[in-house]
Design a protein around this ligand. Structure first.
Ligand SMILES: [Zn+2]
Ligand SMILES: [Zn+2]
Length: 87
């Protein structure tokens, strides 16, 4: 679960070096089926790779550049009502 809007370009699997299929911000390796998430920070637009990103206690990725986790509106939404459907 990550809070990053939009998504970045293609990437290569770090497990096997294979090509990744892109499904929105998600990447799925076509060889070993490793999954990860690539996107941009909603606040500072830094490139976010889930594999390089620390997660907060609530599960959101923390931006390494600006320290943002989830967008405020998403946190409010999550606290107000469960089952938002964000992967
Ligand atoms: Zn792979
Ligand atoms: Zn940021």
């Amino acid at each position: 679960m990550c809070a990053w809007v939009d998504n970045a370009g293609d990437d290569v699997c770090r497990e096997c070096g294979g090509d990744a299929a892109q499904e929105g911000p998600d990447r799925v390796c076509t060889s070993c089926y490793a999954e990860w998430y690539i996107s941009y920070c909603w606040r500072c637009k830094a490139h976010i790779d889930e594999r390089d990103t620390t997660r907060a206690a609530d599960g959101w990725c923390i931006c390494r550049r600006c320290g943002a986790s989830a967008p405020p509106e998403l946190i409010a939404e999550q606290e107000g009502e469960h089952g938002g459907g964000w992967a």
